[in-house]
Ligand binder design. Structure first.
Ligand SMILES: [Fe+2]
Ligand SMILES: [Fe+2]
Length: 462
């Protein structure tokens, strides 16, 4: 069954069935969150914010320009959890104290809910790509290579909006922390999606992909594994290194980027799309890491371990070459024009979603770095009557969310911390204080007084 168009009654029905299953999943005690802003070292627990998720209409897939919508964030958090449930996650300190959570996370009830929803949820989350990307036209290996080279050159020459936002922030350390956290989603479980493409029998291209895979795994040496050196970078900034301490701060764009590789790897009908995607990604990583090194050195001087970035700036030159010659073009030559549109689609979709990563991260950095202005703007924003009231205590589960439109958050009673970054200081708000939260911006509120009430005002359109 598929998620249909918003107007279709059948679509609504599917959406509500899917919505019920997703709510049953998110409502599980493992996913209700706790009072802490960062998650403890337990990979099975992650806040899926069932209360705000209940607002999502899963009969109405986000369109191409609605990727930062609240239902898109909800869908990608769920998808990311579904996908990681198909990988082996064990806590560094041993599973002994978490054995019940381990068996429950991988257990039958959640597995059945996942399996009965994952395909529909994928269509919901990624269906907008079908219309957003057009790969019609000549489908020859030459066209493919020309298009690929053009896209890679463009990415290498262009600026990174997210890194520009980090470099231009008032509080550059917090901005860099926010950026690093977006990398942690993949960095802490690197190449997990790729591992799904290693089985089977598909000739020399399979061996080329495997060569890259073993590099990601440090040739079997744990200290050289990319996840290990990524954790080393976080540790050098006194950041947490467990899966997923910063779950509450993963933005929609980065979640979608990470999920995309699982999406095209889970279903091997999309194998050629995966090949296009991984080739584009490997080719743009090296220049992206060169830019990153510059920005981080500038901010932190020697107080950061950039081995992870150095390694990628170097090895991804090599991976970019292998994937282009021995995977992308080799597959096109061997399997002919029928597969070329899919290879092209993989490149185009990865490029598009990579733009979501950049834009979302940049927008979050700019907003969270300038909250004084957004407090100011709150007073000048006209709002709809009948705001929503939310009461909180310091023991309330902490969760983050976004809204589809602009909202004004006002403290009606008590005192609260507005949390918008993983490592920066929270914004203390007293009774009567208000702040404008633009559409798509991620935030959480923590009560600082025993009884706190907030009002959420919807901004009037226009
Ligand atoms: Fe890597
Ligand atoms: Fe690589």
């Amino acid at each position: 069954m598929t998620v249909q168009s918003p107007e279709s009654p059948a679509g609504k029905e599917v959406g509500s069935t899917l919505g019920k299953r997703l709510l049953a999943f998110a409502g599980d005690p493992l996913f209700r969150g706790d009072a802490q802003v960062l998650h403890g070292p337990n990979p099975y627990r992650r806040a899926l914010a069932p209360d705000s998720l209940a607002e999502s209409d899963f009969g109405r897939p986000p369109g191409p320009r609605e990727w930062p919508s609240h239902r898109s964030l909800a869908a990608h958090r769920l998808l990311g959890t579904f996908y990681e449930s198909e990988t082996v996650l064990l806590p560094e300190q041993g599973v002994d104290g978490l054995y019940e959570d381990f068996t429950h996370f991988y257990g039958r009830r959640l597995k059945e809910l996942r399996e009965s929803s994952v395909s529909e949820l994928e269509r919901f989350a990624f269906g907008c790509l079908d219309d957003a990307v057009d790969v019609s036209g000549a489908a020859t290996p030459d066209v493919l290579d020309t298009y690929f080279q053009h896209m890679v050159d463009e990415a290498a020459a262009g600026p990174s909006p997210a890194l520009t936002a980090v470099a231009n922030a008032r509080d550059r350390e917090s901005a860099a922390g926010l950026y690093l956290v977006q990398l942690a989603l993949d960095g802490l479980t690197e190449a997990s999606a790729m591992s799904r493409n290693l089985g089977g029998a598909y000739g020399p291209e399979q061996s080329a992909l495997f060569k890259i895979f073993i590099d990601e795994f440090g040739y079997g040496v744990y200290d050289s594994k990319h996840t290990t050196i990524f954790a080393k970078m976080l540790r050098s900034r006194a950041m947490a290194t467990h899966v997923h301490a910063y779950w509450n701060f993963y933005l929609t764009g980065p979640l979608a980027t990470n999920n995309y590789y699982y999406y095209v790897s889970r279903d091997h009908a999309r194998f050629f799309r995966y090949a296009g995607a991984v080739t584009y990604a490997e080719a743009i990583f090296a220049p992206a890491f060169v830019k990153m090194i510059k920005v981080f050195r500038n901010i932190f001087g020697d107080d950061v371990d950039l081995h992870y970035c150095d390694e990628h700036a170097h090895i991804d030159e090599h991976h970019g070459r292998i994937t282009r010659e021995q995977v992308l073009l080799a597959l096109a030559e061997r399997h002919g024009p029928r597969v070329v549109p899919e290879l092209l689609r993989g490149i185009a979709e990865t490029r598009l979603i990579g733009g979501w990563f950049e834009d979302d991260t940049a927008a979050q950095i700019r907003w969270s770095d300038d909250l004084a202005r957004y407090r100011d703007l709150a007073g000048r924003t006209s709002t709809e009557p009948a705001p929503r009231r939310i009461t909180l205590t310091p023991a309330s589960p902490f969760g983050t969310r976004t809204h589809d439109g602009d909202v004004v958050l006002e403290i009606e009673r008590g005192e609260a911390d507005l949390v918008t970054t993983p490592t920066g200081p929270p914004e203390r708000m007293a009774r009567g204080d208000a702040v404008l939260i633009p559409a798509g911006r991620l935030y959480g509120v923590r009560a600082a007084a025993s009884e706190t009430a907030c009002l959420l005002h919807t901004a009037s359109p226009g």
